[in-house]
Design a protein around this ligand. Structure first.
Ligand code: R5P
Length: 285
C-alpha cells in the first residue's frame, strides 16, 4: 500500500508511512503563478492500492485533494482511499435556513466520486466511531478523543472533564472514563459565527484542573467563554484540547485564555502534541 500526503498533512503522512507494509509515495505539489495547484506524481502507482492523506481546511486543500485523487486514478491505482483527517465543510451538515447549500453532503459526494473509501477523524456531523451513511454516502469515522484523554491524564493532577456543548457529549464521556475523572457539560448557545453564550451552571470545579475537550476550536469563542466561567467558579486550572485546531483567528487569543492548549495533528500546528498517525495506520491495516 502506498501512502501519499497532500500539502496539509505532510508530516502526518510521513508518520503514517513509518510502518512495514506501507510505502511513502512522492508527488510534486506546486502552484501556478495565479495560485492554481500543480501536481505531478513521482511514484508509479499502476496496480497499487493507494492512500491519500489530506485535511480539507480551506478551499485550496479541498481542490488539491480532488486533483490528487483523480491523478491517482488516471495513473492506474487499483484502489484509492481518501483519508481526510479534518473534514472541511462538515459544520454545514443541514440546511439551517431554507435555500442553503448542504455543503457537507456535496463535499463528501465529490470526494467519494473520486475514491473508493473516505475516512475521517471526529467528523463534525458524526458523534461516534464507526462506518456511517450520510445522505446515503458512506464514511468511516475515527475517534481521537481517547488520544487526547491519554495525553491529559499524564499532565493533570486533579482532572475534571467538561464538554463545552451537547455535541461533544458522547466523545467526552468516553474520554472521562479513560482519564478516570468526573465529567460535566455546559449549555452553549451560538449567537453568531464568532460569539457564543455559555449559560451559567453551577459546577463543582473548585480546586480542579478542568479540561475542556472539543472536536474543534475555530474562532476560540467557545473555549474562551467556557474558560471564563470555569475560572469564575474556582477552577485551579483551565486546560483545553481539541482534535482539530482550525484556529481561524490564530492560537494566541485562545492560548492566553487557558493554562494549557493542545490539539492533534489532523491540522498541523505548533501545539499539535498528539498524533493521529497510529489511529489512521490501525484503520488501514
Ligand atoms: C460546535 O459544535 C463545535 O463542537 C465547536 O464547539 C465549535 O465549532 C467551536 O467553534 P469556535 O471555536 O468558533 O467557538
Amino acid at each position: 500500500m502506498i501512502v501519499f500526503s497532500g500539502s496539509s498533512c505532510a508530516s502526518l503522512g510521513r508518520k503514517i508511512a513509518q510502518d512495514k507494509g506501507l510505502q511513502l509515495g512522492e508527488a510534486k505539489i506546486e502552484r501556478f503563478p495565479d495560485g492554481e495547484v500543480y501536481l505531478r506524481l513521482e511514484t508509479p502507482v499502476k496496480g497499487e492500492e493507494c492512500v491519500l492523506v489530506q485535511s480539507t481546511l480551506g478551499n485550496d486543500n479541498l481542490v488539491e485533494l480532488m486533483l490528487f485523487l483523480d491523478m491517482l486514478r488516471d495513473q492506474g491505482a487499483s484502489k484509492i482511499h481518501a483519508v481526510v483527517p479534518y473534514f472541511g465543510y462538515a459544520r454545514q451538515d443541514k440546511t439551517f435556513n431554507s435555500g442553503e447549500a448542504l455543503s457537507a453532503k456535496t463535499t463528501l459526494k465529490t470526494i467519494l466520486s473520486l475514491s473508493d473509501s473516505v475516512t475521517s477523524i471526529n467528523c463534525h456531523f458524526l458523534d461516534r466511531e464507526g462506518v456511517f451513511k450520510f445522505h446515503d454516502l458512506e464514511i468511516k469515522n475515527l475517534d481521537a478523543f481517547p488520544l487526547l484523554a491519554k495525553y491529559f491524564k499524564e499532565q493533570l493532577k486533579r482532572p475534571m472533564l467538561i464538554a463545552p456543548d451537547k455535541g461533544s457529549l458522547e466523545y467526552a464521556k468516553n474520554a472521562a472514563e479513560i482519564i478516570g475523572c468526573e465529567f460535566d457539560f455546559l449549555q452553549k448557545k451560538r449567537l453568531s459565527g464568532e460569539k457564543v453564550e455559555i449559560q451559567t451552571k453551577e459546577l463543582d470545579v473548585k480546586g480542579k484542573d478542568t479540561l475542556i475537550l472539543d472536536d474543534m476550536i475555530s474562532t476560540g469563542g467557545t473555549i474562551i467563554e467556557a474558560a471564563k466561567l470555569l475560572r469564575s467558579q474556582g477552577a485551579a486550572s483551565v486546560n483545553a484540547g481539541c482534535v482539530h485546531g482550525v484556529f481561524s483567528q490564530g492560537t494566541q487569543k485562545v492560548a492566553s485564555a487557558v493554562d494549557r492548549l493542545v490539539c492533534t495533528d489532523t491540522i498541523e500546528r505548533d501545539i499539535s502534541k498528539v498524533s493521529v498517525a497510529e489511529l489512521i495506520r490501525k484503520s488501514l491495516r
